[in-house]
Design a protein around this ligand. Sequence first.
Ligand SMILES: *Cc1c(COP(=O)(O)O)cnc(C)c1O
Length: 227
Amino acid sequence: MLLTQSIPLVEERISNACARAGRDRNEVQIIAVTKYVSLETTGLVLQHGLQHIGENRWQDAQAKWEAFGDQGTWHFIGHLQTNKVKDVVGKFAYIHSLDRLSLAKEIDKKAAALGITAQCFIQLNVSGEESKYGLPPEEFAGFIDAIRSREHIRVVGLMTMAPYEAEPEATRPVFRGLRELRDELNRNKVLGYEVPHLSMGMSNDFEVAIEEGATWIRLGSVLVGKE
Ligand SMILES: *Cc1c(COP(=O)(O)O)cnc(C)c1O
């Protein structure tokens, strides 16, 4: 599908989901996930005014970032190997997949060397699905405690992936669970600052995610397509 068709269709579905939930459309931002498409199409995505680009592997993202890294804002959304941290931190404004201490340590170290603060989402495995990455919710509080002294990491939100469901409604408990974890974190005030964001919802389930409070949705196939 052409971007000129998919963008208005997705926009309408986002607006409707916001309306159902009594939310303002401006509370939800789109990350256009370009992992299935070429360098050329990634350029078109930016030209069409989508400013947030999501990629899940540095090896695939590199050429695109070198061509367009100065345009838009780049989000690293995939599992991040510790040895790729040096490539990603400083180039991607947001990392959505902080899910273990060894990774936090590397990100903090690289950000310190660059004199920046890395904006991170903590990825949680809310569904408990074995194949998915992400921190188990029962380890969340301990993890926060262990990373809060790392000055070059700023936790901006929580991220999760719901398992694919033929009936998207079935993902609702996963998204609700992530929202509750964020709300609890903010109530406990352990970080000393507010964590505003929820990165949740993909092509199959973004409307349910919006109804449950998503502030960032990550859309690949429904928006950018597959090549
Ligand atoms: C691929 C991917 C997406 C987008 O997937 P679609 O279902 O095509 O929208 C979103 N988030 C992550 C982490 C991904 O890897």
